[in-house]
Design a protein around this ligand. Structure first.
Ligand SMILES: [Fe+2]
Ligand SMILES: [Fe+2]
Length: 302
């Protein structure tokens, strides 16, 4: 495979082209249709939590203590719908980024077919998240702002870094949900499907970032290092929707959630795989701004 790849146009990224071939083969072995895999007939009747309680942004606060069990489960339904709504927005952003990138990739490079496969995965995921929201009886939560995109090599590295941050954060919540038998079976099925398919996307993004990073010049690398923490902080910000608390009438819910130590610890843990990967690659060489923004724990940096 390697000899054949060397003769192919690979946009200069031979390792990522080889990884793409593996990921195409893996997609052929297992690509899941949410309208077959998920049992949509199970009622969303608040008989179970929709996320593990510890993953909810208000968990452990006074506002949480003041809620009844029924109220907590209802709140978990809204927060899950908001998480999936943000997922749809993020996947839309990702598809726009990847579609633009595809214009520049030689169709003979395996990356071309792989990235189209990834877009097809995201199309199905967004349909799946949308189906949950339609059945959950909640408002259509989610960011509404435009997707800002930076072009050029450093913009591209930044884009895949953003994609990876989104994927790792969602993966953290998905993994906790799929294993937890307190969680509603529909959410567990959705989470399992998403974890299985996102593993390929994470693998591609890591390969692309690792291989493209050393090709950036010092100025480009410095700009990525400087912007990355604010970009990841923005992704975290977009993942918590103030409309949930407004809709449910939880006074100061958004502010309480943001200050909640349990929520903040979940953010740090959810970003753990991303931040250790970025440290390994050399994109994080000074953790101070990451710590200040609450993306890396003080203890983890010691
Ligand atoms: Fe996805
Ligand atoms: Fe993805």
């Amino acid at each position: 495979m390697t000899a054949q790849l060397l003769e192919m146009p690979t946009c200069g990224f031979v390792a990522t082209a080889a990884r793409s071939e593996q990921l195409i083969a893996s997609s052929e072995r297992r690509t899941l249709d949410p309208f077959r895999e998920v049992d949509w007939e199970i009622a969303l009747d608040d008989s179970a939590y929709y996320l593990p309680p510890e993953m909810l942004a208000l968990f452990g606060t006074e506002a949480w203590d003041a809620m009844s069990e029924v109220g907590r489960i209802e709140y978990s339904r809204h927060e899950t719908a908001a998480m999936f709504g943000a997922g749809i927005w993020f996947e839309n952003a990702l598809m726009q980024i990847v579609l633009r990138h595809l214009v520049e990739i030689d169709v003979r490079d395996p990356m071309h077919r792989y990235l189209l496969t990834e877009i097809a995965d995201e199309c199905r995921h967004s349909m799946m998240f949308g189906e949950f929201i339609r059945r959950a009886g909640t408002p259509a939560y989610g960011p509404t702002r435009d997707v800002a995109m930076v072009q050029g090599p450093s913009g591209r590295a930044m884009s895949y870094l953003a994609i990876l941050a989104i994927e790792e954060l969602l993966d953290f919540a998905n993994r906790a949900s799929m294993r937890d038998d307190r969680v509603h079976p529909m959410v567990r099925q959705i989470s399992r499907l998403h974890v299985l398919e996102e593993a390929r996307h994470v693998s591609f993004a890591k390969s692309y970032i690792s291989e493209s990073w050393p090709t950036l010049d010092a100025v480009e690398q410095e700009s990525v290092r400087a912007i990355a923490p604010a970009l990841v902080a923005e992704i975290v910000e977009l993942s918590l929707d103030p409309q949930v608390f407004e809709h449910l009438g939880i006074a100061d819910g958004y502010e309480i959630a943001k200050a909640n130590l349990s929520y903040r610890a979940n953010v740090v843990d959810g970003l753990g795989k991303l931040t250790s990967f970025l440290t390994e690659v050399g994109i994080i060489d000074d953790t101070e701004s990451w710590i200040e923004l609450g993306l890396v724990g003080r203890h983890a940096a010691d």
